[in-house]
Design a protein around this ligand. Structure first.
Ligand code: FA5
Length: 336
């Protein structure tokens, strides 16, 4: 039995087979156990010698089994270590670097320019009451000038804000002058999509209300921020216009920063680009918002951030701003 068991042990190469062998020798029904059971039939004289012999065999086999178990375990560990080894010298996969969206970049830059001039930032909801979006902006229901902005209505009295001007009303109805705020944000209009129009776009509003504010202050602030944004060479121009919430009103143009001359794809060769509207806050608006128009005057302007960003970065189609194409966005990821 001993010889055979030791022989069998040599051929074993995994722990499951080893366990089977152990059971077949020293298990409850194992061969050696059977020998022990058979001792009852021996004469008392024979028993001690036989018992001694079985015990010796058992000890020897158990030692051999334990040693085999140890060496199998060591070999298995060795194999696993080899299989799972990591090559720490293999270069890692480079993580993709995200970038800020061009509109976010321009918005941050503008907020930093305006806060450096003493303005603070105000915010308002994108789902807005008709009351703030239109009525307090001097656009009562059925006023024809509402047609200037194609409105997405949520219900009779709730709209997706068509401009950032309702934030003006929210500020004026809750704060007393002096007021110096800018309000960047997303706005919505049911405009046809083309290279310079999107149904979702971004505007930034600027509102100043204080004693003795004039159109000269408006022109001065416009000039200052445009020069800071595009460089000292850039010019601004005001053209007479109409908005119900400002009087007088003007359209703000800036000299084309990407001008390619006659065939310029950005300004169509005119040398000027329309950026947004502006004017002196209509005294009726001040009055409706609870500010004394006899004591205070103010100016406001609002412009499209997408167009401003596109001019700054030389993007010729506004749709790129909303498509989320990584090939476009990754161009704005900064190194470092
Ligand atoms: C307004 O929205 C006024 N609230 C601006 C204003 C504020 C005037 C304060 C006076 C005082 P307007 O509808 O012109 O004005 O829009 C302003 C700018 O938003 C436009 O000049 C243009 O740059 C941008 N814009 C308008 N519609 C779109 C559009 N569909 N896609 C992208 N940009 C647009």
């Amino acid at each position: 039995l001993r010889q055979k068991a030791l022989e069998d042990l040599k051929g074993i190469s995994d722990s499951a087979a080893l366990e089977n062998l152990r059971v077949s020798i020293v298990g409850k029904k194992g061969e050696l156990t059977q020998f022990l059971r058979g001792m009852g039939s021996l004469s008392p004289e024979e028993r001690p010698a036989m018992g001694q012999m079985i015990n010796d065999v058992r000890k020897a086999l158990e030692t051999a089994l334990d040693e085999k178990a140890k060496s199998l375990k060591a070999a298995e560990l060795e194999r696993r270590l080899a299989e799972e080894a990591l090559d720490v010298t293999v270069p890692g996969a480079k993580p993709e670097r995200g970038g800020l969206h061009p509109v976010t970049l321009i918005q941050r830059e503008l907020v930093s320019i305006f806060t450096s001039m003493g303005f603070s930032v105000a915010d308002g909801p994108e789902v807005e009451l008709d009351h703030f979006n239109f009525e307090l902006m001097n656009l009562p229901k059925n006023h024809p000038a509402r047609d200037m902005q194609d409105t997405l209505y949520v219900s009779e009295n709730v709209v997706l804000r068509t401009h950032t001007s309702p934030v003006q009303a929210r500020v004026m109805t809750t704060k007393k002058p002096p007021i110096y705020v800018v309000c960047p944000g997303r706005v919505y209009r049911s405009d046809e999509v083309d290279a310079s129009h999107s149904p979702v776009f971004h505007q930034m509003e600027c509102l100043v209300v204080d004693e003795g504010i004039t159109m000269g202050d408006l022109k001065g602030v416009l000039d200052t921020f445009i020069k800071k944004l595009y460089g000292g060479e850039t010019k601004t121009r005001l053209r007479p216009s109409f908005f119900p919430f400002t009087e007088p009103s003007a359209e703000l143009d800036i000299s084309c920063t990407l001008c390619g001359g006659e065939g310029c794809r950005v300004c169509k060769g005119t040398g000027w680009l329309e950026l947004g509207g502006c004017g002196m806050v209509n005294p009726d608006v001040l009055d409706m918002c609870g500010i004394d128009p006899e004591k205070y005057t103010g100016f406001a302007f609002g412009f499209g951030l997408d167009r401003l960003a596109n001019m700054k970065y030389g993007i010729d189609d506004i749709r790129l701003n909303f498509e989320g194409d990584l090939r476009f966005l990754e161009q704005f990821a900064r190194e470092g």
